[in-house]
Write a protein that binds this ligand. Structure first.
Ligand code: NAP
Ligand code: SF4
Length: 671
């Protein structure tokens, strides 16, 4: 497929943009300290080389009060602007990309005790109650936005994006739910629009006509008391008239209890709302959220949903996304699976962002691949995520690689994860990795179980990536026919039973419960089903109808011996979605129990208080973690064959794909 629309040029203000792809703002953690400027530059240059139309940096606050955390980055001094000059110069030297600096004032989402907002109303997701900003300080904050924009211009940026959505400061002034003021900055719609409008107007006056002024406008609050479409359309027109020349789509508030970027959100789920925005303004508009393939971008552009498409995480997953799309090599793109595990989960834990499928992200220099002068014959035993990624790195280094897989397909645990609703992209990763291995000359031998060391005698080195098998606990009755492992359940692709008990309440147990509920309700991953499931109605003010309970035929209970919470290992930014979904379906969770026995009718447990309870169970699913499979290790040791043990075979406890892939990269880089 040729992506003709995607690679059409576009005029934004007086600037000509090379193509329709935006690398959206993504905080990496490198912004917060000037000493990281070289690493940040390498990160952007790597993406600019592939020719993305516009790059937008992570958010910088225009002043100290607006910082997200006490040590987050500000853009408010000559020293900072000078340091960024090299960054913008190197980005411009790398290709045609324009680069915009994002200015983000967090308002009441600031994680420090001096946060400010339109009114003194605490957000449900931060511990600090903000101070209501007095009128004179609203004016000085506008001046700070203007000053930062001028500094960005001096630093060589082609423009700025003003973050006006997602529930941050400017959005807090626009929304009547957080703005209860009675002065010129609150009350009427006109007054609530004033902050955003004044910021744009005053920046435009100072920066002149050639500087791109993008505004991220809230087009769908996903809150039951959010803004009406009429108010949003009015705001968009005012922002355009004030001098903005690009509008980006802001979806949801951070406090919305509807997923907006998680893997269960269908691709391009909100582009119809951007299409509505496009109808009310004359400047280009950008659609965003859950685009990760060139085909989706081309489709949304062809359907006139937007003039540009923004993606943030897919550029962590693959810096060369644009170049591969331009050359019609979309299968070579390493797809972002929307897991958040190494990007947003890191950021929300004050760690530098990386990427589960590309551990080199944000550490580009450290992981520069060089061809080996000593090409080896290497056998990789096991084609799960660890084995596949090890093989890829080794092939890129110039080794000869053969992979031996006992089963008939690649992927191991990741293949199973791909069967969970909303995780279909995991299967695309597997398709990408295996086709890359083939393209680079690697060979995968399926249905070949290596059992003895002599079978590997022709190799110089062996990678053991034989993965894990489900742990089978010792509970009387576990051998009954209605007791199955999660692996067996998912592979069978069907189940029967209404009273279902899950042994274990970790990440996989939560995934399995979601799988059962969605299968039983026949929900697929289409946009209409997703909207219905979460109560999204774009014509309602706020775009949301309250759904507190979802009916299901299933009676599901998750059990756990320890006092850990439900789905403890789940990600910081996605765990709440899974827990909320299970809660709405009435799924029960009992921890601090002891298993007594399983019969054909029930499972007997002893609770923390010492009571004996019998839970009716016509299906029992074992999700009790995993154990390593590493029988080959001792055999290779006997023959003194050099080997490396990676992924689940190395360490099964709380192993996930992030650790497995990182392991694969670290080991293979050294061979
Ligand atoms: P897990 O999160 O470690 O949970 C294992 C569960 O099994 C626990 O609830 C544990 O509770 C129970 N268990 C362990 N030994 C048992 C025994 N002998 N008898 C009965 N119960 C036992 O492991 P997982 O659910 O298999 O997930 C594997 C990894 O994948 C984890 O790191 C997980 O976070 C990750 N994962 C992540 C996602 C995601 O979306 N981010 C999704 C799925 C999985 P007790 O020992 O207290 O009973
Ligand atoms: Fe995408 Fe996951 Fe990588 Fe984040 S960590 S960029 S969500 S694949």
């Amino acid at each position: 497929m040729n992506y003709l629309k995607t690679f059409e040029k576009l005029k934004v203000g007086t600037q000509l943009i090379d193509n329709r792809i935006v690398m959206g703002s993504m905080h990496t953690g490198l912004e917060d300290d000037l000493s990281n400027i070289n690493q940040l530059t390498e990160y952007f240059v790597e993406r600019a080389k592939s020719g993305v139309g516009i790059i937008i940096t992570g958010g910088y606050s225009p002043n100290r009060l607006g910082r997200l955390t006490p040590f987050a980055g500000t853009f408010n001094s000559q020293k900072i602007a000078i340091a960024h000059k090299t960054l913008t110069a190197q980005v411009h030297a790398a290709g045609p990309s324009k680069i915009l600096l994002q200015l983000l004032h967090a308002g009441r989402y600031s994680y420090h005790p001096f946060s400010v907002s339109a009114s003194r109303i605490k957000s449900p997701i931060t511990p600090f109650t903000p101070f209501a900003l007095p009128g004179w300080m609203v004016k000085s904050t506008i001046n700070d936005f203007v000053k930062s924009s001028l500094l960005a211009q001096q630093a060589g940026y082609n423009g700025v994006e003003i973050m006006g959505s997602e529930g941050y400061f400017i959005h807090q002034f626009f929304s009547p739910r957080t703005n209860k003021r009675s002065d010129e900055w609150g009350g009427s719609l006109e007054n609530r629009c004033r902050l955003g409008v004044e910021i744009i107007q005053q920046i435009r006056e100072k920066v002149g006509p050639d500087f791109i002024l993008a505004f991220r406008i809230p087009i769908l609050d996903l809150l039951t008391d959010g803004s009406s479409w009429d108010d949003i359309a009015y705001y968009a027109k005012k922002i355009q008239a004030a001098g903005a020349n690009l509008l980006n789509s802001g979806i949801g508030w951070h406090e919305s209890r509807v997923p907006t970027i998680g893997s269960m959100v269908p691709h391009a789920a909100f582009s119809s709302v951007t299409k509505d925005l496009k109808m009310v303004v004359d400047i280009p508009v950008i659609a965003s959220n859950r685009f990760n393939e060139p085909e989706q971008i081309e489709k949304a552009l062809s359907e006139s949903c937007a003039d540009m498409i923004s993606m943030a995480r897919p550029f962590l997953a693959d810096p060369a996304f644009v170049e591969k799309a331009r050359n019609n090599k979309s299968l070579q793109i390493n797809p972002c699976i929307a897991c958040n595990q190494a990007c947003l989960d890191h950021i929300f834990s004050q760690k530098r962002a990386s990427c589960l499928v590309n551990p080199t992200a944000c550490e580009e220099k450290k992981w520069t691949l060089t061809k080996t002068m000593d090409s080896k014959k290497i056998a990789v035993v096991g084609a799960g995520v660890a084995g596949l990624n090890a093989a890829l790195v080794l092939l890129k280094k110039g080794h000869q690689v053969s992979i031996y897989e006992a089963g008939s397909e690649v992927g191991g645990q990741f293949q199973l994860a791909g069967l969970i609703p909303g995780k279909k992209d995991y299967l695309k990763s597997l398709l990408h990795w295996s086709s890359e291995i083939k393209r680079l000359g690697g060979i995968i031998h399926f249905n070949t179980k290596i059992q003895e060391a002599h079978e590997l005698q022709n190799y110089d080195h062996v990678i053991i990536s034989t993965g894990v098998k489900p742990r089978i606990p010792q509970i009387p009755g576990l051998d009954l026919s209605h007791v199955i492992t999660y692996e067996k359940l998912l592979k069978a692709n069907t189940f029967s039973g209404k009273n279902i008990v899950i042994i274990g309440a970790g990440g996989i147990a939560v995934d399995v419960a979601t799988y059962l509920l969605h299968r039983s309700a026949k929900i697929d991953t289409s946009i209409p089903d997703f909207y219905k499931h979460w109560g999204i109605e774009t014509k309602l003010a706020g775009g949301l109808k309250k759904i507190s309970r979802i009916e299901t035929d299933l009676n599901i209970t998750l059990l756990q011996r320890s006092d850990r919470s439900l789905g403890k290992g789940l990600g910081k930014t996605t765990g709440w979605i899974h827990r909320l979904d299970l809660k709405k379906h009435g799924v029960k969770f009992i921890n601090q129990i002891e298993y007594k026995k399983i019969t054909s009718e029930f499972i007997e447990i002893q609770t923390r208080k010492g009571d004996i309870q019998r839970l009716p169970a016509d299906l029992v699913i074992v999700c009790a973690g995993q154990e390593s499979q590493k029988d080959l290790v001792s055999k290779l040791e006997e023959t003194k064959k050099p080997y490396s043990l990676i992924g689940g075979a190395h360490h099964a406890g709380e192993l996930d794909a992030k650790k497995a892939i990182k392991d694969a990269f670290e080991v293979s880089f050294k061979i």
